[in-house]
Design a protein around this ligand. Structure first.
Ligand SMILES: Cc1cc2nc3c(=O)[nH]c(=O)nc-3n(C[C@H](O)[C@H](O)[C@H](O)COP(=O)(O)O)c2cc1C
Length: 177
């Protein structure tokens, strides 16, 4: 789905999506190698009633959003994709990111690159959870993996924890009629 009505989401939509996609205290969670939870979900809020535009890090353990940057960052992030400029008009984007160096270091005894590989797998599980939540609740999403890596690194750096790179972006909005 690539056409979202520009209708604001409610704060309960944001909470529901993130809890089901990346929460880990409710049982509605995702698998993570050695429970390291290598992937961070950052909510890029554009049009959500009761939530100021900005980038919010989601802590799935306590189901909490913490603002990392104010203002609307959707346009700049959408421009750093290969073909998803339409994402700028979606009420909210979920950025999935990891600190690849840290992941590789933690799983170093398994060989080079294994930690990052586990992060990609974890991102896939989170993404599928978000698809399932969206289809169960009348929302739409698309996994966007086509990124202009240097442009995305520039656009996302101020929005993410230090050392993180974006694995994928998932716009979230109401389904078009
Ligand atoms: C690894 C991966 C990367 C993707 N990257 C993009 C992307 O950069 N832009 C995009 O519009 N869709 C992207 N998609 C979504 C697919 O194009 C989409 O799932 C497929 O075309 C089905 O289309 P539908 O969502 O319209 O049914 C990606 C999907 C996967 C699994």
């Amino acid at each position: 789905m690539r056409s979202f009505p520009e209708v604001a989401l409610g704060i309960a939509d944001v909470g529901g999506a993130l809890r089901h996609a990346a929460g880990r205290v409710t049982g509605a969670a995702h698998a993570s190698a050695r429970a390291q939870y290598l992937v961070t979900a950052t909510a890029i809020i554009g049009q959500v009633r009761g939530l100021a535009p900005g980038a919010y890090e989601y802590d799935g353990a306590v189901h909490r959003l913490t603002m990392r940057a104010c203002d609307d960052h959707r346009e700049r992030l959408a421009r750093a994709t290969v073909d998803a400029s339409w994402a700028a008009h979606c009420p909210m984007l979920v950025l999935l990111s990891t600190r690849a160096e840290h992941a590789d270091g933690y799983f170093a005894e398994l060989g080079p690159g294994q930690g990052e590989r586990f992060a990609w797998l974890e991102a896939g599980l989170i993404a599928q959870n978000l698809y399932l939540w969206a289809s169960a609740t009348g929302h739409g999403t698309v996994f966007i993996g086509g990124l202009d890596r240097p442009a995305m690194a520039d656009a996302a750096a101020p929005l993410l924890p230090a050392g993180h790179t974006v694995l994928g972006i998932m716009p979230l909005g109401h389904l078009a009629e």
